[in-house]
Design a protein. Structure first.
Length: 224
């Protein structure tokens, strides 16, 4: 907020200087027309009133804009931004408040988690709605919604109620890996014998194993 105040002070000084020069010029012109100089103050008062009204409107608009400059940034899940394949059932969610103002304090928050981005944008919390929680906490908030499913993407956002007003975050997401032992259904693959060029001795060193499989993609890649 300090740079903004300095900016206003500089602009005010320059505006006042210009106004004083203009008013002095107009007053001098009027005084020449009026020998007694009694009416010289009238145009000055009119100009001053015009200036005061316009300056008040300008400052008011600036203050309103400054008050709205509270944003939520750095949304994280398990201390990562949009992590893929997390392996915990109760991930920790965090966010930060940013503002050019001083003394901005969160009084409460609300987190919603949805199964799709469309539902999140429509505020449909089909996975978790924390409700409004009276707390200043914005780091390491434990997820407490429905049981998370393996290999699934979830979308979330947070609303923060501060002493300066209410602000909503943008959307974020996280995806889960294989959370249960039963989810691991693949078989181990490997190469369990020596190659023709390997030397099998007491100090044998087997060549590196590189596993690859070529395939033809017949449709567009949806996600990789």
């Amino acid at each position: 907020m300090i740079p903004a105040v300095v900016h206003i002070s500089t602009l005010l000084r320059r505006t006042l200087q210009g106004f004083v020069r203009y008013s002095a010029s107009e007053t001098a012109k009027t005084a020449k027309k009026n020998r007694k100089g009694r009416k010289a103050f009238v145009p000055f008062a009119k100009h001053f009133a015009f200036f005061a009204v316009n300056f008040f409107v300008f400052v008011s608009a600036f203050v309103v804009k400054a008050q709205a400059q509270v944003t939520i940034t750095n949304l994280r899940c398990e201390m990562l931004q949009n992590p893929l394949g997390i392996d915990v059932q109760q991930p920790r969610l965090s966010w930060q408040l940013e503002s050019k103002q001083r003394n901005v304090v969160q009084r409460s928050y609300q987190i919603i988690v949805s199964s799709s981005l469309q539902k999140l944008q429509a505020n449909v919390a089909d996975v978790w709605n924390s409700g409004v929680i009276t707390s200043s906490q914005s780091a390491q908030v434990y997820y407490a919604g429905k049981t998370l499913q393996s290999a699934t993407t979830y979308y979330w956002k947070v609303k923060s109620i501060t002493n300066k007003g209410t602000v909503n975050s943008s959307s974020a997401f996280f995806s889960t890996g294989l959370l249960n032992e039963a989810d691991w259904k693949a078989k181990w693959i490997g190469y369990d014998k020596a190659s023709a060029w390997d030397s099998i001795t007491q100090w044998s060193r087997l060549s590196a194993r590189y596993l690859r499989k070529e395939f033809q993609n017949i449709s567009a890649v949806k996600r990789a």
